[in-house]
Write a new protein. Structure first.
Length: 131
């Protein structure tokens, strides 16, 4: 029996209207054999958590450039946990000041990928840490 593919929800929370990076990551994950669900722009944390639950994903990848990462990302983790998705990996990519990374990780973000991170590194991280 074939092993089930890793399912990843790629989400763009908040008012950020730039999604090129999210689309590049979504394609890289798909090309690596993962199932990818892309939510589109301007999603609320509630919309992201509901989609993650409905799609039964293994991981949520949040792409954020707006500066609202310290508010939106922990809220997404909180909503996932409230829906029983405590094993769902949550990763963040985008413009994140390095001084905010420890706080995000303390609030349930598994990893933060900064600009310049290779898609191979992101694929490898998910392959090593999901399940």
């Amino acid at each position: 029996m074939a092993e089930r593919k890793i399912r990843v929800l790629v989400a763009k929370p908040g008012l950020d209207g730039h999604d090129r990076g999210a689309k590049v990551i979504a394609r890289a994950l798909r090309d690596a054999g993962m199932e990818v669900i892309y939510t589109g722009l301007r999603q609320t944390p509630e919309m992201i958590a509901a989609a993650a639950l409905q799609e039964d994903v293994d991981a949520v990848g949040i792409s954020i450039l707006s500066g609202a990462h310290k508010t939106l990302c922990p809220r997404i983790v909180e909503l996932l946990h409230a829906n029983g998705m405590t094993d769902t990996l949550v990763v963040v990519g985008g413009i994140i000041p390095t001084e905010d990374i420890a706080e995000l990780k303390a609030k349930g973000i598994s990893e933060v990928f900064l600009p310049g991170t290779s898609t191979e590194d992101i694929v490898s991280y998910l392959n090593q840490n999901v399940r």
